[in-house]
Design a protein around this ligand. Structure first.
Ligand code: FE
Ligand code: FE
Ligand code: ZN
Length: 278
């Protein structure tokens, strides 16, 4: 099965996102758990949650991806910001427990001049605290482009976080194709080599999702600017290699390209035409 979808606005609720996904030709989707640049969240509409659960089964949807807001930073320099980030993630996770099949993706953090060696233990401590509250949702660390003081710019940094977490069975990684290419991993001409490196350092069994994006910039730029599929430095060939790679093809793919609904529908149709062996 080709699990393909895109990022959708959660403003109208889960059922509305499910219906929009079907219209776009998708069978998975990603959404922000709350305003990506703000903190507040509105009360859960239980009728909507129940309606979505039915919809999910009837339409044979795959695993959804909930994305944490950008404003949280588990390794911020100030303690009150770190506490806010922990509490936000705990609250998001408790809400996600009600959904049928979902993973929770977040950006590991920004060490803001403290250094990754300070940031990494702070992130791991926070994850241990967050996971200690229980639940079943898998938490994914996103591979980052290495812009500014982002933690998670290399497979080694992600491994260092995972090493310090007790409940490792609830941790996974989401590989963002734009970010890893920006981070200096040559998924265009040596996808096999990059996946071998991922497997050696993190383990491919930890890889649970792909953010499928083209990039506006050359490899190693550390800029994090997503491009439409086929219009960036990865190009159609680079993207087709990713969706068809035997070690990746079973994973869910989520587009985060600069598009409105129409553009997403076109990209999903294009990707389906490029997909082999389904
Ligand atoms: Fe992200
Ligand atoms: Fe991403
Ligand atoms: Zn990005």
């Amino acid at each position: 099965m080709f699990w393909i979808g895109c990022h959708l606005s959660a403003a109208k609720g889960y059922l509305a996102m499910g219906k929009e996904a079907v219209q776009l030709g998708a069978n998975v989707f990603q959404f922000f758990t709350r305003n990506p640049r703000g903190g507040s969240v509105k009360a859960l509409d239980m009728k909507d949650v129940e309606a979505y659960c039915t919809f999910h089964k009837e339409n044979n949807f795959g695993t959804l991806l909930a994305h944490a807001p950008y404003t949280i930073n588990l390794c911020a320099a100030k303690e009150d910001l770190r506490t806010f980030a922990r509490n936000t993630m705990k609250e998001d996770l408790s809400r996600l427990e009600l959904l049928p099949d979902v993973m929770f993706n977040f950006h590991p953090g920004s060490h803001v001049k403290q250094g990754a060696d300070v940031g990494i233990p702070l992130i791991a401590d926070a994850l241990n605290d967050i996971l200690s509250t229980g639940g079943k949702t898998t938490i994914l660390l996103e591979t980052m482009a290495g812009k500014g003081s982002e933690v998670g710019r290399s497979f080694e940094e992600l491994r260092a976080i995972i090493d310090r977490v007790e409940q490792k069975e609830r941790l996974g990684v989401c590989l963002d194709t734009c970010h890893v290419y920006d981070g200096g991993y040559d998924i265009l001409s040596d996808l096999d080599g990059v996946l071998k490196e991922f497997d050696d350092i993190i383990g491919l069994d930890r890889l649970k999702a792909i953010h499928l994006n083209d990039s506006k910039n050359p490899m190693g730029s550390h800029k994090d600017r997503h491009e439409k599929i086929g219009e960036g430095t990865l190009g159609l060939e680079g993207v087709a290699n990713v969706i068809n790679h035997p070690k990746l093809a079973h994973l869910p793919f989520y587009l985060e390209t600069p598009n409105e609904a129409e553009g997403y529908a076109r990209e999903i149709a294009l990707l389906r035409s490029l997909r082999k062996n389904d």
